[in-house]
Structures are given as C-alpha cells and as structure tokens.
Design a protein around this ligand. Sequence first.
Ligand code: SF4
Ligand code: SF4
Length: 426
Amino acid sequence: MQNNDLFNFKATSDQCIKCGKCIPVCTIHNVNSDEVTSPRGFIDLLGAYQDGELELDKRAKDIFESCFLCTNCVDICPISLPTDMIIEQVRNDIRKKYGLAWFKRGFFYLLRHRFTMDVLFKLGYVFQTCGFKIQKEIESMEPRFSLPIIKKNRLLPSLGKTSFLNAHPENINNGGKRKVAIFIGCLGNYNYRQVGESLLSILKHLEIDAFLAKAQKCCSAPAYFTGDFNTVDYLAKHNIEYFEQFIDDVEAIIIPEATCSAMIKIDYEHYFHDQPQWRDRAVKLSKKIFMATQWLEDNTDLDKLLQSKDKRNIAVTYHDPCHARKMQGIYEQPRRLISKNYTIKEMSDPNACCGFGGVTMQTEKYHFAKAAGVPKAAMIKQSGASVVSAECSACRMQINDSMYQANVDVEFKNPIELIAQVLEER
Ligand code: SF4
Ligand code: SF4
C-alpha cells in the first residue's frame, strides 16, 4: 500500500479482495466466530464508517474493541492490509466520542507520572497479600475476592518491593569498552524484576557497561492500543527527547520486551505519520533500538560464551510474541541462544497469539482473553517442555493465567533469565 493509504479506512476497504485467508488465523474470530469480528469484517465496517454509512454507536465500539491487534491477519494477507493500524486509529475516534473508563484514565495517568507509580506500587506491594493469594514464590497472585475490573480466579503478576530502575545506580561499569542503554518496560520494572537483573548479569559477563536511562517512561503501547492518543503523544515525545540526549554515547538501547521494542522502533513512526518532524526523529532513533536477544546474538560473543557452558537437562518451548516475530521478524535469535544450553521442544503453533490483547481485553473483555488462552496452554502442555519462554512480559502475564486456568504446571522464563542462569552457574 501507499504510505498515505496506511491510515485510510476506505482505501484499505477498497483494496481488500475478500479472499478470506485472514479469517482462520484471526484470534478474535477463533473465539467469537462472527464475520463482524474478523479482519475482513472490521475492514468492511471501517470503510462504511468513513463513507458515513456506519455510526460509531455502542455496538460498533464493542466490535472494534474486540480485536487483539495480534497482526496474524496482516501476516497472512496477500497484500498485507494493515487491519491492526486502522483499528488503532478508530479506537482514538471511539475514545474521543465515549471517553475512557475511570480505571483506564487512572492507569494512563500513572504511566505518565512515574514517581506516583513508584509510590503506589510500593504501597501495592505492602497490601497485595490482603487482596491476593500469592503463588509460586511471588511470581503471581490470585485475587481473594472479585474487584470491579479484576475477576476472581485469575492469576496476576505480583509487585516487587522496589522497582528495577530504583534498585540500581544509573551507570553500571563493566569494564568501559562498550556501552548500551536499557529500556526495561513497566511490567519488567515493577512486576518481573528478574528480567532486568538477568540482563545486567549478562552484560557483566560480556563486560559491556549498562546505562539504565532512569528518566525513561512507559513506551505508551497500552495507551496506543486503547486509543488514548493524548497519552501516546506525551510519552512518545518525552522518550524521544530523552533518548536523543544520550543516544550517541551508547551502541544501542536494548529492550527485553517485544511489545515495548515494537512500539518504540516501529509504532512511534506510525503514530507520528501526521507529525513529520517527530516521525523523522523517531525513525532516526529506531536504528539503535533492539530487542535484547536480537542485539546480544547479532553483536556480541554471547553464543560462544554459552557454548563453553554445560548443556542442561531442561526442555524449553519458545512462544513467539506477536510484536517480536510478526512485527520485527525476530524468532531465530532467542532460539539460537536458548538452544546452546537447553533442549528446545517446539509447540505445535509457537506463532499463535497468546491472547493478551491489551488493557481492554484484560479487563472489560477478559472472557475473550481467557478463551484465546485455552489453545496456547494446551499446546504448551503437549510440547512436553518444563519451561515456556517468551521475550515479552505481557505474554508472560497472559500465558501464566492461561496455564493456571488449565492446570498446566510449566514454569515461565524470559529467554534473558534462562541465559543468565547458565552464565551464573559455577
Ligand atoms: S489483529 Fe488479530 S484479532 Fe485483530 S483482526 Fe487481525 S487477526 Fe484478528
Ligand atoms: S486476507 Fe487480506 S485481502 Fe484477503 S480478506 Fe483478509 S484482509 Fe482482505
């Protein structure tokens, strides 16, 4: 498609040849088999909306909020129609017309104000045991009672006592020959702190200095997928201005999170399509933004270091996050690194979306996320692996809950954690 057409609902609708190839792979269609909740249906409705033939009423809102933004349809479409991107755009129209639910406004406020988030999460750490049952050595927690937006009988990530960014100095010297910055992401900062700790351990073994970039703010993906473009504008511009201050002093900004890296590397450019100066600044920065395993595999001797270590008798199955494989083409690097010391047992469809879907899907439409998680939990079990891995904390949260619902007892580890465990072995 022409670049100008990427956000044009009518142009997308006119180009759809109605072949239906996208329908069997569509995550929402597989749990809600209605033509209107399929890529072809979404595109048709969006064309009608732009033509003035469809009102953005509550039913249309409900339909457009049911897409998981997994990009399975874009991947398989013979002309790569950007269904996900036009749905992101219409969600901004929905937000303008209907506003945001109170809890989303509160959540996005916290994403914009990290200090308040730090304080609140610290309080959350203290009080989480009152409302939640802690599971698996504080990896996850189950609500003891039903809250308005958090359903009972589901597993959520627990909170750390101190955030990853607050637990370390900003500059970590590992020899001074090379230097990278780390973007950690909100779930890695507050919930899955071991990912950042493991990344620091790997950099230490490779003698690469780490700059923690403490003024980083949320990449803005949760707001982008919910249509809160005011929050995206604020967070993306803050991060771009901040990264520009140190980008020439580091080889790369590495991110152990698929969604955050795809947002900063790819979706900032999409978001700023109508603000050319900001788009150009985002594109320039994107050349130094990498997912952690991608950069480590392509630019360091990590594979040789791992080769010198013993093979472990542990089978790992690797789940491909949508924002890694489909958006960034990254699937070989994590597997190559993991396979040095672990046996990889592929699940039947590692590229199938886990069903996370974003803030709306995890709250108001949790029934869809829960249903979409069933096949993923089953294929993890069938793989026979004792560990499931993915370089994405959103996938981790969803997959842990899906396995909990299905009684599947498989441990989740980010590939960065698996690698660090090998290096730390004596
Ligand atoms: S992005 Fe995923 S859920 Fe949305 S229409 Fe495409 S395949 Fe379906
Ligand atoms: S695969 Fe592409 S062209 Fe075919 S129906 Fe789906 S969106 Fe239209």
